[in-house]
Design a protein around this ligand. Sequence first.
Ligand code: NAD
Length: 375
Amino acid sequence: MEKISFKTDLFIGENALDRLKDYQNKKIFIVTDPFIVSSGMIETVTSRIEANNEFEIFSEIIPDPPIENVVAGISALNAFDGNLMLAIGGGSAIDAAKAMKFFGQKLGTVKAMPFVVIPTTSGTGSEVTNFSVITNQEKAMKYPLVTDAILPDEAILDATLVRSVPPAITADTGMDVLTHALEAYVSTKANDYSDALCEKVVMLVFEYLERAYRNGDDMEAREKMHNASCLAGMAFNITSLGLNHGIAHVAGAKFHIPHGRMNTLLLQHVIRYNAGITDFQSVPTNEAAKRYTALAKILGLPASNTRIGVRSLINEIKQLQKKLNMPTTLTECGVTKEVFTTEKHAIAVGALKDGCTATNPRVPKELEIEEILDT
Ligand code: NAD
């Protein structure tokens, strides 16, 4: 038996932010990052709650939030004694708030309270997932915390908040969305429900990501990517992820590469590995190859057999990477050969232990991960 539930209520469309006006007589603890405050975006929230509520803004969250951010947030939350938590920002602010709530409650110092999130990037889908990724800076490791206890109660999706995301971050986060859908589609836990979500996401990304990258004011493209991000989150909340994320969590923390960019560097190589393809001479027969081929068909790409289908999908991804001016090698991201050689084995070991790797369609060996990293 499996259970699928979508806990988070979504408020979407024009004036979705006005949902905030419904909150009355609350003590609202707002978790965010410094950009959201310095850019004035925070006022989209405060202007709607200030008349009838008390609030405090905790804006120390940095990208790939470290444990220290979470610990400081728990102290601030305790001191304020809030009764509603609101996170506004990218995946980092949302994930940090999730961890504050979870560990604060576990310690018995933070009481249960409603949790509202407002994503300002179109990437992680964190607004609807039971994932929170926190970094241990000392060990240079990222740890996914996975528990339904951190699912937000409400998410407010307003694509106008994403308008200011610069092109490089639009590319990184948009490719993160694609990686979520591709991993969920071949996950050992995939089913008809997650498939439906992934198929829509893949179509949306290939149609709208480049547009959002080229023109951040293209609000149709922004809105479609915001939806794609959330739909992908709903999909991998059912299926979890795979080896791509397993490696990216470890390598991203070690090499200080933004999450979506790290995922993208790996994507074509992990697809090839999952499909069991080394040279594109033979026709692969495994389930993952069939699934990738199904996606190629949905995208209208040549896919008369699995060899052609997987190759078409990989080529399409590579073309998109090129159009988004994304790096294709670790060297382009500033990782030297020496650093790579020193870290390679530790990354493979860490990726094997990462929770996301457990639902990968192929069970990888340490050496195979090292080979993926070598390519
Ligand atoms: P982020 O939250 O780290 O933000 C990246 C940068 O974009 C920051 O400098 C931020 O200030 C800026 N930014 C945010 N909104 C902006 C806006 N509207 N305009 C301009 N700049 C803006 O990036 P992210 O990709 O959203 O989140 C990445 C984090 O999420 C990583 O730690 C990753 O591991 C995690 N993650 C979580 C999940 C999940 O399900 N919880 C899934 C995937 C990734």
